[in-house]
Design a protein around this ligand. Structure first.
Ligand code: ZN
Length: 482
C-alpha cells in the first residue's frame, strides 16, 4: 500500500452508551466466553494510535446508537457524552436511538458536537425540507471524500411516537443514489463513504442496487465482521456493539477508485491503556451515579445475555418479572439487541438499568387469540422478511407463556404452524390477559383495556430479583423453528 496515499477509516457503531469497561460475551472455542471490553477512553487510545500512524490520513465515523443505552447516558439525555465524543474527534455521525429524546433535543445535542449528524432521509413534516445535513465533503491528503449519512428509517414506523415528533423518515435509498451522482459529477470526489444505520441485510441490498459507493459503514444489526464484505465493488464493514470492537479500514485511492485495502476488526480489550484525559471525563460524569448503580440487589445462578435471535436468557428474566408483577399468563417485550451480558454472580442496579434503560411502565392489555397470532405473524415478517427493506427492528419479539412453532422460510402471514398458551392450543376467540412493556412490546392497534400499572419496569425487575434473592434464567424454547 502506498504510504503517502492511503486513508484510514475508523468505525465505531452501536456503542449504546457503554462508556466504560464492561462485561462482554464472545463466542470462542465453541462456547460463550465472558470478559471485559470497551469504554470510550480505550477507543480513544486506538484512535490516537491510528492518527499517529497516519497523520492527516484518518477519518473517524460514529454510526450512531451512541447517546442512549446506559443509565447515566439516558438520564442526562446523552449530554454527558458530548465532551467525550468531541475528544474522539469524529468527522461525522448518523443516528437511531438518539431520537429517544425527540428530534428537537437531538438537534440541540448535535449542535454541541464538533462534527455533523448526517441523515439524508429525515424531513420536517411542516416544510418537507431535510431536518439534518445529508452529506459532507471533506479532504485528506489532497483527496476529496464525500460522506453520506443514512439514519435508521424505522423510528417513525416502529418506535414510540415522540421519537419522531415533527419529522418523517424515508428509506434513504433514492436519496443516496441521487447524492452519489451529484458527488461524482459536480463535486469530483475521489471517494464516497456511506455512513449508515440501516442494518447489514439492508446495506448489502443498498450496495447491490447502487453504483459508485466505495465504502459502506454498516451498523444497527450488531454484526462483528472479521472481514469486509464486498458487494458491487463496495466495501462493507460493521464492528459489533457496545464498543467491544472498532473497525479500521485502510484504503488506497487512485483516480476515484479504491486500488487496495486492509481491514482489521479490533477488540477494545481491557489490556489497552485508556487515554487518561478521556477516562477522567467519564469518571467525573459518572461519579454522581456510581454508588447507587453499584448496589448489589441479588444474584444470578446462570449467565444472562441478550445475543440470541429467538429468545434470550436476559429477556426471559425480564418477562418473568413482568408476568409476576402483573399476574398474567403471557408477557411480551421488544427484541432489543442492546444490553451487556451479566455473568453468573451478583446483579447490581447498573445491570438492571442496562436491561431496560428506557424504564417504561409495566402495562397490561386484553388480547384475543386472533390478535396475538396477527401480532406475532407481523413481527415474524418484520424480523425475517425476504426483502431486507421490510425488516424493521431488532430480534424477534420476546415472549413468555407461549410456545410457538414457526416455518421461518414461509411468506408473510403464513409462518406460525402451532401456537400454544401454556399447554393449550391458542383459542382465537378467547381473551388473554397480557403484560408488556412499550408499544414495541404490544403495538397500540392490538388489544383492549390497555393500562399502565403503578410500577415501572426497572422497579418491577429489581423487586423481582430482590424477592427471589438468587435468580436463574435459561433458554426455554418459546420459539421453535420447524
Ligand atoms: Zn440501531
Amino acid at each position: 500500500m502506498d504510504e503517502s496515499k492511503y486513508l484510514t477509516i475508523l468505525q465505531m457503531n452501536d456503542t449504546h452508551g457503554y462508556y466504560d469497561l464492561h462485561t462482554e460475551m464472545f463466542l470462542e472455542n465453541g462456547k460463550e466466553q465472558y470478559r471485559n471490553a470497551g469504554g470510550y477512553a480505550r477507543i480513544a487510545k486506538l484512535f490516537k494510535e491510528a492518527r499517529k500512524k497516519n497523520p492527516d490520513g484518518v477519518l473517524a465515523f460514529d454510526n450512531g446508537d451512541t447517546f442512549h443505552g446506559t443509565y447515566p447516558v439516558t438520564e442526562t439525555k446523552g449530554e454527558i457524552l458530548v465532551p467525550v465524543m468531541n475528544a474522539l474527534k469524529f468527522d461525522a455521525m448518523t443516528s437511531h436511538w438518539e431520537f429517544a429524546y425527540g428530534p428537537g433535543h437531538l438537534q440541540k445535542l448535535t449542535s454541541k458536537l464538533a462534527y455533523p449528524m448526517l441523515a439524508c432521509n429525515i424531513y420536517s413534516k411542516e416544510t418537507d425540507e431535510l431536518a439534518f445535513l445529508s452529506h459532507i465533503i471533506t479532504e485528506r491528503k489532497g483527496l476529496r471524500i464525500g460522506v453520506i449519512g443514512v439514519a435508521e428509517h424505522i423510528v417513525d414506523k416502529m418506535m414510540p411516537a415522540h421519537f419522531s415528533a415533527g419529522v418523517y423518515f424515508t428509506l434513504g435509498t433514492d436519496e443516496v443514489q441521487t447524492i452519489v451522482k451529484q458527488l461524482r459529477k459536480e463535486n469530483a470526489v475521489d471517494l464516497i463513504v456511506v455512513l449508515s444505520h440501516f442494518g447489514f441485510p439492508q446495506d448489502v441490498k443498498l450496495a447491490e442496487e447502487t453504483e459508485g459507493l466505495d465504502v459502506l459503514l454498516s451498523s444497527h444489526t450488531h454484526n462483528s465482521l472479521n472481514e469486509p464484505v464486498v458487494i458491487n465493488e463496495t466495501i462493507i464493514i460493521q464492528s459489533g456493539c457496545h464498543g467491544a470492537h472498532i473497525g479500521k479500514l485502510d484504503v488506497e485511492v487512485a483516480e476515484g477508485k479504491i486500488t487496495d485495502y486492509k481491514h482489521e476488526l479490533i477488540e477494545v480489550s481491557e489490556k489497552i491503556p485508556p487515554v487518561e484525559e478521556v477516562q477522567k471525563m467519564i469518571d467525573k460524569a459518572i461519579e454522581p451515579y456510581r454508588k447507587s448503580l453499584n448496589t448489589v440487589i441479588g444474584r444470578t445462578r446462570t449467565d444472562l445475555n441478550r445475543y440470541y435471535q429467538l429468545e434470550s436468557t436476559t429477556d426471559n428474566l425480564l418477562l418473568q418479572a413482568l408476568m409476576n408483577t402483573a399476574d398474567t399468563e403471557v408477557a411480551f417485550s421488544n427484541g432489543w439487541r442492546y444490553g451487556a451480558p451479566i455473568p453468573a454472580g451478583p446483579i447490581t442496579m447498573n445491570d438492571v438499568w442496562n436491561i431496560i434503560p428506557t424504564n417504561p411502565p409495566v402495562s397490561t392489555v386484553y388480547m384475543s387469540g386472533r390478535e396475538m397470532l396477527e401480532m406475532l405473524e407481523e413481527n415474524l415478517e418484520n424480523t425475517f422478511s425476504a426483502d431486507p427493506y421490510n425488516q424493521m427492528g431488532g430480534y424477534l419479539k420476546r415472549c413468555i407463556g407461549l410456545k410457538m412453532y414457526v416455518k421461518i422460510e414461509n411468506p408473510k402471514g403464513l409462518r406460525i404452524q402451532n401456537l400454544f398458551v401454556g399447554e393449550e392450543a391458542i383459542d382465537e376467540d378467547r381473551q388473554y390477559y397480557v403484560a408488556f412493556v412499550t408499544v414495541q412490546g404490544v403495538p397500540d392497534k392490538y388489544g383492549s383495556n390497555r393500562r399502565n400499572l403503578d410500577i415501572n419496569a426497572v422497579d418491577a425487575l429489581a423487586q423481582y430479583i430482590t424477592r427471589s434473592g438468587t435468580v436463574s434464567s435459561e433458554l426455554i424454547g418459546t420459539v421453535r423453528i420447524v
